[in-house]
Design a protein around this ligand. Structure first.
Ligand code: ATP
Length: 462
C-alpha cells in the first residue's frame, strides 16, 4: 500500500539526498529559485538527453540549434512579446500586496468567464461587481489594473537608456525563427522539417511557486516544426501522439495522472491558432505540463515584415514561394522533472512498520545505473577495481562504503540507483558479485567480466 505524497515531502526528500538545494541558501535563499545538486544534475541531463535522442537525433528531418539568450530587441517587437507578453496586475492599497487580477477572480468568482484575452476593463468590472477582497488583508481597496510585461530587462554597455535595453528571452522559439534561413541554407532541409532547442528561458512570473513547477528562470525543450500550411493539422496530430508516447512509454508516467486540455478559441496566445496542453496531476492539482501549438505563419511572417529579409520557402516542385506553418511542442525541463519525481517517488511497505523510499526511475533516467558496495573494509580495493572498470565503460556509477549493507541498499533505492553490486568474501574465489535489482530487490550472482556487458545491454533494451 503506497501513501499519497505531498509537495513538502518531495521537496524535503530531494533536498535530503542532494537533488536540489534552495538557491543562495547561505544568504537565506532567493524565493522560488533552486540549484540542482550532484544527483539533480545527473537526472536533469539524462532527461534532456532522452528528449534530444527521441525527438531530434532519431528522426530524419530534425536538427538542433543553440541560439543566444540575448537577441536583438527588434525580435521581441516582431514576435509580439513587447506588446502582448504580459499579465494583468492589481495592487491592494491597504496592505500594498500585488496580485494577478485574473488569478484572484478565478479564485474568488465561481465560473468567471475570463481568459488570456479579457480586457483590463472587463477584469476591473468583475472585481468591483463581485466585491473581491484582498486575499492577504481582506480589504476591498484596489488600484487600477495594469499590464505587466513578463520579460526581464537589462542593459548592454554602461549607459542605461531605451536604446540599450535587452531582454532575457522568455522562450527559446524565437532563436529558431530568426535562424530559419541559415538552417535551411546550411542543412538543405526540405519541408517538412523541425528544429529543436534546449535552453534557459526567463519570465518575471507574478506568482511563481509550487516548488520547481513555476520559477522565473527555467529550461525549455522546444521544437519548431516547419511544414506546408495544408500539412499543419496532420503534424499537430503527429506531435500529439509523439508527446503522448514519450510521456507514457519512454518516461513511463502514470496514465491516470495525464490528460489533455484544448484551449477554447477565445483563450489562445496571440500567435496560436490551436493549442492543446498535456496536463499532469501535480500535488497542487492538475496543471500544464507540455504545450502543443499551431503557431501558423505568425512568427516568420512578422520577422519577414520587421527585418525586411525574405523568409519565404521555395517549393522546388512547383517554383512557388510560401511562408511555412509551424507546429510547436514546448515543455519545461524542470516541470517535466517534477512530474517524473512525483510519479516515481514512493514509500513502499516491505513489512509491518518497515517502509523504504524508492525512486522507481527508468534505467535511462537513473542518476546512477549501479552502486558498487564492498561488504567489508578489507574488500575496498577489490571493489574499487570493479568500480573503475564500470566507469571506464562510461556507465554512471557510485561507490559506497559506510553503513550496514542494508542501509546502503536503502539509500541507493531512494536515489533511484537501478542495481547494487555487492563485493563479498566469495568474490575473490569465484570472480562473481551479487547484483541486486532496485524494484524487485531480487539478487543473483554474475561474473565480474560480464558486468559491463550486463549494464550496457540493459541500456540498449530500455
Ligand atoms: P503557464 O500557463 O503554466 O504559465 P504557459 O502556457 O505560459 O505556462 P508556455 O509559454 O506554453 O507556457 O511554455 C511552454 C512550457 O514551458 C510550459 O508547458 C511549461 O512546461 C514550461 N514553462 C513555462 N513557464 C514556466 C515557468 N515559469 N517555470 C517552469 N516552466 C515553465
Amino acid at each position: 500500500m503506497e501513501k499519497t505524497i505531498k509537495q513538502d515531502e518531495i521537496v524535503n526528500f530531494l533536498k535530503k539526498y542532494g537533488f536540489v538545494f534552495p538557491c543562495s541558501e547561505i544568504y537565506n535563499g532567493l524565493a522560488n529559485a533552486w540549484d540542482y545538486g550532484p544527483l539533480g544534475v545527473l537526472l536533469k541531463n539524462n532527461l534532456k538527453s532522452l528528449w534530444w535522442k527521441y525527438f531530434i537525433t532519431s528522426k530524419a528531418n530534425m536538427v538542433g540549434l543553440d541560439s543566444a539568450i540575448f537577441l536583438n530587441p527588434n525580435v521581441w517587437k516582431a514576435s509580439g512579446h513587447i506588446e502582448s507578453f504580459s499579465d494583468p496586475l492589481i495592487d491592494c492599497k491597504h496592505c500594498k500586496k500585488r496580485f494577478r487580477a485574473d488569478k484572484i477572480i478565478n479564485d474568488q468568482v465561481k465560473n468567471a468567464k475570463i481568459n488570456e484575452n479579457s480586457s483590463l476593463e472587463s477584469l476591473q468590472k468583475i472585481i468591483k461587481e463581485n466585491h473581491i477582497k484582498c486575499p492577504n488583508c481582506q480589504h476591498e481597496d484596489w488600484t487600477e489594473i495594469r499590464k505587466f510585461n513578463l520579460m526581464f530587462q537589462t542593459n548592454q554597455s554602461i549607459v542605461k537608456d531605451k536604446e540599450n535595453t535587452l531582454y532575457l528571452r522568455p522562450e527559446t522559439a524565437q532563436g529558431i525563427f530568426i535562424n530559419f534561413n541559415n538552417i535551411q541554407r546550411t542543412s538543405s532541409l526540405k519541408l517538412p522539417f523541425g528544429v529543436g532547442q534546449i535552453g534557459k528561458s526567463f519570465r518575471n512570473e507574478i506568482t511563481p511557486g509550487n516548488f520547481i513547477f513555476r520559477t522565473r528562470e527555467f529550461e525549455q525543450m522546444e521544437i519548431e516544426f516547419f511544414c506546408f500550411p495544408q500539412q499543419a493539422a496532420e503534424f499537430f496530430n503527429f506531435f500529439l501522439n509523439e508527446i503522448n508516447f514519450f510521456l507514457l512509454k519512454k518516461l513511463k508516467l502514470n496514465k491516470e495522472k495525464i490528460k489533455t486540455y484544448e484551449h477554447p478559441k477565445n483563450d489562445l496566445s496571440h500567435y496560436a491558432k490551436r493549442t492543446i496542453d498535456f496536463q499532469y496531476r501535480f500535488p497542487h492539482g492538475w496543471s500544464e505540463l507540455w504545450g502543443l501549438s499551431n503557431r501558423t505563419d505568425y512568427d516568420l511572417l512578422n520577422h519577414q515584415k520587421n527585418s525586411g529579409k525574405n523568409l519565404m520557402y521555395l517549393d522546388q516542385k512547383n517554383g512557388k514561394k510560401i511562408i511555412p506553418y509551424v507546429i510547436e511542442p514546448s515543455v519545461g525541463v524542470e516541470r517535466l522533472l517534477y512530474a517524473i519525481i512525483c510519479d516515481t517517488f514512493t514509500y513502499q511497505k516491505i513489512k509491518d512498520n518497515d517502509y523504504r523510499e524508492v525512486l522507481c526511475l527508468s534505467y535511462e533516467l537513473c542518476p546512477y545505473k549501479v552502486a558498487v558496495l564492498p561488504l567489508s573494509v578489507s574488500l575496498i580495493n577489490d571493489a574499487k577495481e570493479i568500480y573503475q572498470q564500470i566507469l571506464n565503460a562510461n556507465i554512471s556509477a557510485t561507490f559506497a562504503t559506510s553503513g550496514s549493507i542494508g542501509k546502503r541498499y536503502r539509500k541507493q533505492d531512494a536515489i533511484g540507483t537501478y542495481y547494487c553490486l555487492t563485493i563479498d568474501f566469495e568474490t575473490a574465489n569465484d570472480q562473481c558479485v551479487t547484483v541486486r535489482h532496485r524494484d524487485t530487490m531480487r539478487q543473483k550472482r554474475i561474473k565480474i567480466s560480464e558486468i559491463n556487458n550486463f549494464l550496457s545491454k540493459k541500456m540498449i533494451n530500455e
